[in-house]
Structure formats: C-alpha cells, structure tokens
Ligand binder design. Structure first.
Ligand SMILES: [Ca+2]
Ligand SMILES: [Ca+2]
Ligand SMILES: [Ca+2]
Length: 311
C-alpha cells in the first residue's frame, strides 16, 4: 500500500516480481520485487505500509540476508536434539522448516531433521534439529534460499532469485555419544611420591579429586595425599608421602564425575601395573636375615636369593 505525503492511498497491491505499477498522481513502482522508482521516496513503516514523500528515488532498503547462525547450547553434546539461533539482517516472514537443511560435515550421524522453527516474525528464529543416530558427527544448519523468506516490503532473501540468499557458514555442533575410557596408566616411585600418568582416549573433565581415583595399596603401604594436574587427555597423578613396603596401583574411578566434553560418563579404566614401594620381600623374617630399610625396589625372590648367597 502506497500513500502520498498527505496519507491518501495511491496504490494498495503487493509489488510483484518484475512488476510495473502506475499509482495515481504519477507515482510509479517498477523493477524487481521491492524496488521502486519515481519522483518520490518510499519509507517502509512498522506496519509495512509505504508513505510516499516527494524527493529522490529510494529503494525500500537492502534485501534481507542471513546475518548469523549460532549454537544455543555447548558445542560438544550427546543430546538427541539441538537448537540454533538464526539471525536475519532485518525482520522477515515466511521462514519455516523447508528453508533449512542440516549438513553433516563429518562423522557417522544420519537421520538429522529440522523439527521446529520458532514463531514467524522479527529478525530471529530458533530452529530445533534432531541429531539422528550415530556415535559421532558434526552438524550445521544451513539456509537454502527459495525466495519464500521476505522482508516487510516483500523483498526476498538475497533479493529476487533462488540461491542468492543461501547461508552455509554458521556454527556447528559436535555430537558425541561415545563414552570416554582411561586407556593407559603408568607409574613410578620418585622419592616418596608415586608419579602416575593417566591417558584417556579423548578429552575429559572432572578428573580433579581423590574421589576420581582408585588407589590400591598392598602390604604396609600408606600415603597422605593425591594430587591431579594436566589434562585434558593426559593427566599427572602424584601420590605423596608414600611409606611402608608393598605395591600401589592406580585406576580412574568409573563411579566418579569424570566425563567427556559431551557429558558422557567415564565407561572404563585400565589399572596400572603395581608400583613397588620399598623392598617387597615375601617372607623377609627368616632367621638370620636382617631386613634392610625398605627403599630399594627388588623382587622378593631375587632379593631372597642374593641375601642367602651372602650369608
Ligand atoms: Ca533470493
Ligand atoms: Ca566421547
Ligand atoms: Ca571430579
């Protein structure tokens, strides 16, 4: 609808692509959808009307475009559906599920679908996407322009023509439904500390407290504290003030809050080989044997033979 500067209606049909509409009073609308020419300015108002004002020729504003597509949630997820925020450069209508496709740029996901587009007004839409099936994949939401998205002046996305408003450079989600595992743990006695190295098969978080550890001593072994540092794949675990004689092993606790970045909880852990603490003599109290200070790591059988040969 076109008004002159006095508010009189000059023309009240929608502009059609390539149309040429002569309005009363000598004003003319012509050209592609949304473009105007004639001895007047056209200024869209909030109710999508035009008010003609004598002056230079104006277009009714640039065509709408997709400004950005961003994630609503965390990048790594194991969720069955995710949401994207789609922001246009101006208010548009005509946005529905058929304007989008889901692009799986890597991984094994299949069956991802656009399930919902939020209320059709304004500059912003929230689009819900099901993440389908499969253990891992990267999914992105793209806009496919078929000119059904238009601004209030009926100017289609990217201007007239399919494809010129496409958008395929938005943020992605990394869907991860595979639980992490602790796959290698090594340890060595350094002074009175047992220094372990724990390797997971992917980045994990929450591996940060003694409750995340399963420390198993044998013999008379004791310790005071355990500290965890490093990560997010390889961590150092230092067990301090170790005393006594025997061995110590370490595993990561699957009953803890350790999880990958998609919140899949730790599924399993290897256990380290036993780290010998002091001399682990099997029966070190036979008559005539003097038990040395338990600081040298020797196997019991070897130590027993050596000592008998010197007695
Ligand atoms: Ca277009
Ligand atoms: Ca994982
Ligand atoms: Ca923890």
């Amino acid at each position: 609808m076109l008004h002159d500067s006095s508010g009189n209606t000059l023309w009240q049909d929608a502009v059609t692509s390539g149309g040429h509409v002569a309005a009363s009073g000598g004003y003319t609308l012509t050209g592609a959808v949304g473009e105007v020419s004639g001895p007047l300015s056209l200024m869209p108002t909030t109710d999508a009307l035009f008010h003609g004002i004598p002056g230079p020729i104006w277009r009714s504003g640039p065509a709408p475009l997709v400004y950005a597509i961003t994630r609503v949630g965390a990048e790594r997820t194991n969720a069955s559906s995710v949401q994207f925020t789609v922001t246009f450069t101006k208010a548009v209508t005509g946005v529905d599920t058929t304007d989008f496709i889901v692009t799986v740029s890597s991984g094994t996901l299949s069956g991802c679908e656009i399930t919902e587009v939020s209320s059709d007004s304004g500059m912003i839409r929230t689009v819900t996407v099901s993440t389908g099936t499969g253990d891992y994949g990267t999914i992105r939401l793209d806009v496919v322009d078929d000119d059904t998205i238009q601004d209030a002046s009926f100017v289609p996305l990217g201007d007239a023509g399919a494809g010129n408003g496409n958008f395929a450079t938005g943020e992605s989600y990394e869907v991860d439904r595979t639980a992490p595992h602790a796959v290698a743990i090594t340890g060595a006695l350094v002074g009175s500390t047992v220094a372990f190295s724990v390797t997971f098969d992917e980045e994990v978080e929450g591996f940060d407290a003694s409750s995340d550890l399963v420390i198993t001593p044998s013999g008379s072994v004791t310790w005071s504290t355990a500290s965890i540092s490093g990560g997010p794949v390889v961590y150092d675990v230092n067990v301090s003030d170790v005393a006594g004689a025997g061995t110590m092993t370490l595993a990561a606790s699957t009953a803890s809050d350790v999880m990958d970045l998609a919140d899949n909880p730790l599924a399993s852990s290897v256990t380290s080989a036993p780290v010998t603490i002091g001399a682990s003599l099997p029966v070190a109290t036979s008559p005539g044997l003097i038990l040395m200070a338990a600081t040298v790591a020797l196997t019991g059988a070897w130590a027993t033979r050596k000592r008998k040969s010197h007695s």
